[in-house]
Write a protein that binds this ligand. Structure first.
Ligand SMILES: Nc1ncnc2c1ncn2[C@@H]1O[C@H](COP(=O)(O)OP(=O)(O)OP(=O)(O)O)[C@@H](O)[C@H]1O
Ligand SMILES: [Mg+2]
Length: 646
């Protein structure tokens, strides 16, 4: 429920709050507050007798009526416009908004959106009127208990739905996390066990499948003396007998159906899936700059969200997609990103139908060439290849293929991590861009900060730039609002401590945020039944193992000079200057300069001001520091201390 207008709002889920214009309103008398909560929840005119019965059951009628009048007067005095009354009835003013109404209508109407479901479930801060009761009014207290149960059940229903949405999105970790939360509301909810079994099954964890099933069987027989419902029994039997699972086919079909339209499969299965957010500006820019015959380059430091941005863009693309990834270790396999893009395309698009058209329109020579390049385009075709593939012919046949496809639907040619592209693919890309000026073909690439390594790529970009065919979008760290989304998504509530922790350690880098959240979640899961204080986990600096491993593999590639500068800089702190590094290491001035340049190029450090440099984010410094041997750390510390004394 947004709180950005002047309307009066009442939050009843959790500790009750009455607010106006984001300010919390206080009413001294507890019964005045109780009256407001009751009227708000009823949301219709209530007879004065009913209120007297509930709030002043032990008073004689005259004193009870007097009391009601005094309380209503006080409410109107302190919060004008919140209630309406006449001689017979009292009601909450129609413009007053309450969280329970939004919560209930959303859950009852079900949604397919993870994002919307999450934001609705966030309204549930705790039990209905948590901690509130009136000592003289037992019937009112009973009413609270009834509603607590009602909203708890709605929350449970919302969580079951959310776990199913995650199953559909193939985000099994998150699905299990939601289930854990939901089981604390109802440990006997069989739908949750069913979803947990499915999630473990899709993750290939058969031991956990059995554990979940046995736990359900045990708990049901202890509590209600019944076996699990038939559906769960059948599911479990199918898994252990390696029979097909109905739900799996269902979810997979849905994904394939989407993919068939574009020839691109998003593959939502990620380790920790946070709804896309905080990139509205960049997305708009991308939509504006993505023009036929031009290349858009999304550029930024490691883990900043380049791939995710283009994936989200591709999700909404209404045309064909060729999507190829360049991998660091594959940059000597010729045409790797291009052939993998075509393979992915024919596997996901409805190729059988399309193939006949393409085959008739493409000249037999080019069809043969294409078949030679990616045999999967005609697996049934057993005729021998005419001649070995030649680079030029491959380029021409792919170009002709693209021409034919782009006449049917617009085509997006996307390449991820172009810094690792092989030179042949680059030549092909350049050729296609050059000749596709009048075609409905669009080009989109991401680039990490390592492009200086490939001189051909540097020239390629220079040339496109000169011809006014290159548009660059640089991704900056996510802002505070977005960091808050990551924290809320994790905790389903507001936690400033968590937001501060993420901000301090990640500087808005989404990939680091995800690793930190995974770290925190693992700690919670490792603690018994999740009864662990989140503050004890997050109020310190941590370097999750996954980030440490990732950094280590990046450090291995650094030049010797860069590695030495990095070590000394890590001991200096977040910021450091050239002169201190010269004194702290055994390197010559030119070697230090070279080391600094390498680190800048790889994105580990940035220029802080004219004299100083700074680590791009705190994890890099911490990683470098932790990887130092104790003796080297000591040696560097003493060198730096000496240089400061001088
Ligand atoms: N705007 C965003 N909203 C939510 N999650 C995001 C966002 N941007 C990135 N992420 C998540 O952060 C992680 C890292 O993002 P991504 O892989 O896109 O980064 P990258 O810049 O491509 O990294 P690399 O340099 O390793 O290629 C992914 O799990 C991704 O889903
Ligand atoms: Mg990437």
């Amino acid at each position: 429920m947004s709180t950005h207008d002047n309307a009066l709002r009442i939050f009843l889920l959790g500790k009750p709050i009455i607010s106006s214009n984001e300010l919390q309103l206080q009413l001294k008398r507890k019964k005045c507050r109780g009256l407001i909560y009751y009227l708000a929840e009823q949301n219709r005119p209530i007879g004065r007798e009913r209120l007297i019965e509930l709030f002043w059951p032990n008073r004689d009628i005259y004193s009870a009526q007097h009391n009601l009048n005094v309380h209503l007067y006080e409410i109107k005095k302190y919060i004008p416009n919140i209630i309406i009354s006449n001689e017979a009835y009292v009601s909450i003013a129609p413009e007053v908004k309450r969280d329970t109404q939004i919560f209930e209508s959303f859950i009852v109407n079900n949604s397919n959106s993870i994002k919307d479901t999450l934001s609705t479930l966030n309204l549930y801060r705790g039990d209905f009127l948590d901690g509130f009761s009136l000592s003289e009014s037992p019937a009112f207290n009973d009413w609270i208990i009834l509603l607590q149960e009602h909203y708890k059940m709605l929350m449970l229903r919302g969580l079951v739905t959310l776990s199913e949405l995650y199953l559909d999105a193939c985000d099994y970790q998150q699905c299990l996390f939601v289930i854990q939360k939901a089981l604390s509301i109802d440990p006997l909810c069989e739908e949750l066990y069913r979803n947990a079994i499915l999630a473990h099954y899709h993750m290939g964890n058969y031991l956990k499948v059995t554990q979940a099933y046995e736990k359900l069987r045990h708990i049901l027989s202890e509590e209600v003396g019944l076996p699990p419902m038939k559906e769960v029994q059948e599911l479990y039997a199918a898994i252990i007998n390696e029979k097909p699972i109905k739900e799996f086919v269902h979810a997979q079909q849905r994904i394939n159906k989407n993919a068939q339209k574009t020839g691109y499969n998003h593959g939502a299965a990620s380790r920790f899936y946070v709804p896309f957010n905080g990139r509205d500006g960049e997305m708009k820019m991308l939509e504006r700059l993505c023009l036929p015959g031009k290349l858009v380059l999304v550029h930024g430091s490691p883990g900043i969200g380049k791939t995710r941005l283009i994936q989200e863009f591709m999700q909404n693309w209404e045309g064909f997609i060729f999507y190829g990834e360049c991998l660091e270790l594959n940059n000597n396999i010729l045409f790797h990103p291009i052939s993998s893009a075509i393979r992915r395309f024919i596997q996901t698009v409805n190729w059988d139908e399309l193939k006949e058209d393409v085959k008739t329109e493409l000249s037999p020579d080019w069809w043969g060439e294409l078949r030679c390049f990616v045999p999967e385009i005609a697996p049934q075709d057993k005729s021998p290849f005419q001649k070995p593939c030649h680079d030029y012919d491959i380029i021409e046949s792919i170009y002709q293929f693209i021409v034919i496809l782009s006449k049917k639907r617009k085509l997006l040619f996307a390449i991820d991590d172009i810094q690792w592209i092989d030179n042949n693919s680059l030549i092909l890309l350049g050729n296609i861009i050059e000749y596709s000026e009048n075609l409905d073909v669009f080009f989109l690439c991401t680039e990490g900060l390592l492009s200086g390594i490939n001189p051909m790529l540097v020239k390629f970009k220079q040339l496109l730039n000169k011809l006014n065919m290159l548009n660059v979008i640089s991704l900056k760290p996510l802002d505070n609002a977005s960091i808050r989304v990551f924290a809320q998504y994790f905790q389903m509530g507001d936690s400033e401590v968590l937001v501060d922790w993420l901000k301090k350690l990640s500087d808005g880098n989404p990939s680091i945020m995800i690793e930190l959240l995974r770290y925190a979640r693992d700690k919670i899961e490792a603690a018994l039944e999740g009864n662990v204080d989140i503050n004890s986990i997050i109020n310190k600096f941590v370097l999750p193992q996954t980030i440490r491993d990732g950094l280590f593999s990046q450090f291995v590639d650094l030049s010797e000079q860069a590695r030495n500068v990095l070590d000394a800089a890590a001991v200096c702190g977040k910021v450091f200057d050239y002169a201190t590094i010269v004194k702290a290491t055994n390197l010559s001035k030119t070697e230090v300069l070279k080391g600094i340049e390498d680190l800048l190029e790889k994105g580990f450090i940035v220029i802080d001001n004219e004299q100083r440099y700074a680590f791009d984010n705190p994890m890099v410094r911490e990683g470098a520091y932790q990887l130092l041997t104790p003796s080297r750390r000591q040696w560097l510390h003493s060198n730096i201390a000496l240089s400061v004394q001088e």
